[in-house]
Design a protein around this ligand. Structure first.
Ligand SMILES: CC(=O)N[C@H]1[C@@H](OP(=O)(O)OP(=O)(O)OC[C@H]2O[C@@H](n3ccc(=O)[nH]c3=O)[C@H](O)[C@@H]2O)O[C@H](CO)[C@@H](O)[C@@H]1O[C@H](C)C(=O)N[C@@H](C)C(=O)N[C@H](CCC(=O)O)C(=O)O
Ligand SMILES: Nc1ncnc2c1ncn2[C@@H]1O[C@H](COP(=O)(O)OP(=O)(O)OP(=O)(O)O)[C@@H](O)[C@H]1O
Length: 514
């Protein structure tokens, strides 16, 4: 794929360690002369290799990473860590090989050793679930800031060290990048870090070499059935986070049966949280008021502990996300009263989450939200929240990912059709799929659910958004779901520049609403 070069935050002053020390520590089979070699970093991709790095060659979908050993050497790598097949492939590269049966499985501990991330670690918060991970990670980061704690985060949107941020590519970085990031955070005296953990990260060793202090679970619903054979397999991948080799304690939202199963099957101490009054839990969040600007909620816990505050985001689920963030902080040792005091002082949770039900319209005209929702459940919840705060019509714009779970498209179309007064179907990231086929699946789902619905099919997202805006009047809402914080559209292997947020602001100005 072509597009902007990946960026990653690494330690600015890495300490070197001896390569033979690494070989001894992990019982690696060293082939070639490694005498006197010092390693300062580790990378899984030639695109990110820096001088002094150990390059890690793992088998991939398209190639064995070891076939890029020569390029890694040219970029400054001093050796390659790989498997037996990789050692044969890399033999002519001029790099000494450190051989292990499964280099990906070894990577987390190797990266932890190279970056010494087990020394003086920050408190680590992991968040998993189908929807809400990024939001909870940002909420933890924001509340920590309000408590005066220097914090960091890694999410689908950004990696953040104190005030420094870079855009993310994967939701959870590869272990090499994650440990480098944690080392950089230690340099910046970050004391607490929120880490968004995808199921894929757990299945692919990306969070190896770490034990989280607190793991949080939001929810589970239909997604990623391209990566997992069934929802049960996807659930089992997430459940792994709530076991002693991954996390010390857990906080689990038990609104769904999946949450209850996590709480019952985990082998670490777990605290439960529920929304509303239907389900039993130790902590309970109750929504008091939902407006287009904020959601006010109460959180009640054991021993009569209680907090009332607000989050400047739309929807009951953002109150649930905020409650999960607060209970995770309490479980890590922060006092609920101290949190309540900081939030009262600041008039609520002072958070900005890029592209999550982000209201981008001004005082006049229809209310416009740009959202990252790309699952049936996210559509259901955001549409419900928008409907509750809209007097007029709700118009929805969306597309679906190409080369990703195709089985959710009909359901996305159906939910959009049922929840909106008009639907504009457009292109999202077609990738290598035919975009017309993706739109047709969404439209079929919409038409099957609401045969006489008002549907438009407009391939170009800029034109689609303008068409939706032209349908809207004062008092109406436009929900554009999918692109969220992203600044590109991926078509046939190329990332074309496109920010839905910037373009929507431009369209609002063109229409005279801003
Ligand atoms: C399908 C999949 O999992 N792909 C991952 C895989 O890439 P691949 O198998 O396609 O790699 P490949 O092209 O065969 O190359 C093999 C190796 O050679 C290296 N290489 C390749 C070419 C080169 O010039 N130089 C080089 O070093 C590659 O970095 C790789 O290590 O290995 C790469 C790193 O080794 C990953 O970055 C990549 O994740 C891709 C980008 C991905 O999209 N993964 C998805 C499934 C994912 O993880 N998604 C979740 C989303 C969760 C959510 O939002 O809910 C996530 O956590 O992001
Ligand atoms: N607790 C929740 N329950 C259901 N839907 C939610 C919840 N929180 C957020 N959403 C919806 O899901 C979308 C994605 O939210 P968020 O980015 O926080 O989730 P995520 O789990 O990080 O997703 P991804 O891994 O794809 O980045 C939001 O824009 C919103 O539409």
């Amino acid at each position: 794929m072509t597009g902007p070069a990946p960026t990653a935050l690494r330690p600015q002053h890495p300490a070197s360690r001896s390569l033979s020390g690494l070989v001894d520590a992990f019982g690696l089979d060293a082939r070639g002369d490694i005498d006197g070699l010092e390693v300062t970093g580790v990378s899984l991709s030639t695109a990110t290799v820096q001088p002094g790095d150990l390059y890690v060659g793992v088998p991939g979908r398209n190639a064995h990473g070891a076939s890029f050993a020569e390029a890694a050497r040219e970029a400054g790598a001093i050796a390659i860590l790989t498997d037996e097949a990789g050692a044969i492939i890399a033999a002519g590269s001029g790099l000494p090989a450190l051989v292990t049966p499964d280099a990906r499985a070894a990577l987390g501990d190797v990266a932890a050793w190279i970056y010494r991330t087990d020394e003086n670690p920050a408190t680590l918060f992991a968040v998993t679930g189908t929807n809400g991970k990024t939001s909870v990670v940002y909420l933890i980061y924001a509340i920590l800031g309000q408590l005066g704690v220097v914090a960091g985060l890694t999410s689908t949107a950004e990696r953040r060290v104190g005030g420094v941020a870079v855009m993310s590519s994967l939701t959870t970085p590869e272990a090499s990048e994650l440990h480098a990031l944690l080392a950089r955070m230690r340099e910046a005296e970050v004391r607490a870090v929120g880490v968004e953990v995808s199921a894929q990260a757990l299945s692919r060793h990306r969070v190896d070499g770490l034990v989280f202090d607190i793991a949080g679970f939001t929810n589970l619903s239909h997604d990623h059935l391209d990566d997992y054979a069934s929802l049960e397999d996807y659930f089992q991948a997430k459940l792994e986070l709530f076991q002693p080799d991954r996390s010390k304690r857990g906080v689990v939202t038990v609104d769904s049966a999946w949450g209850k199963r996590i709480a019952d099957s985990s082998r670490i101490p777990v605290t439960t949280l529920a929304t509303g009054s239907e389900v039993d839990a130790e902590w309970r969040v109750t929504v008091i008021e939902e407006t287009a600007e904020r959601t006010i909620f109460a959180l009640e816990g054991p021993d009569g502990r209680r907090l009332e505050t607000n989050v400047p985001l739309l929807g009951w689920f953002m109150a649930a996300n905020a409650a999960l963030a607060i209970v995770m902080l309490v479980e890590s040792g922060f006092d609920l009263d101290a949190i309540a005091h900081a939030l009262d002082r600041d008039g609520g949770i002072d958070v900005y989450i890029p592209g999550r039900t982000e209201r981008i319209s001004g005082e006049r005209g229809p209310t416009v939200y740009i959202d990252y929702g790309h699952t049936p459940d996210a559509f259901l919840n955001t549409l419900d929240a928008v409907r509750k705060t809209t007097n007029g019509r709700v118009i929805m714009v969306f597309g679906a990912d190409g080369d990703r779970d195709t089985t959710k498209r009909a359901e996305m179309g159906a939910i959009a059709a049922r929840g909106s007064d008009a639907v504009v179907i457009t292109d999202f990231h077609p990738r290598f799929e035919d975009p017309a086929t993706i739109r047709a699946a969404l439209l079929d789902g919409a038409r099957a659910a609401v045969p006489d619905g008002e549907f438009y099919e407009i391939p170009d997202p800029r034109a689609a958004f303008r068409a939706a805006l032209a349908l809207a009047k004062e008092g109406d809402s436009v929900l554009y779901a999918g692109p969220g914080h992203e600044d590109y559209q991926e078509v046939a292997g190329v990332k074309l520049p496109y920010s839905a947020r910037d373009d929507a602001r431009l369209a609002l100005r063109e229409a005279g609403w801003m």
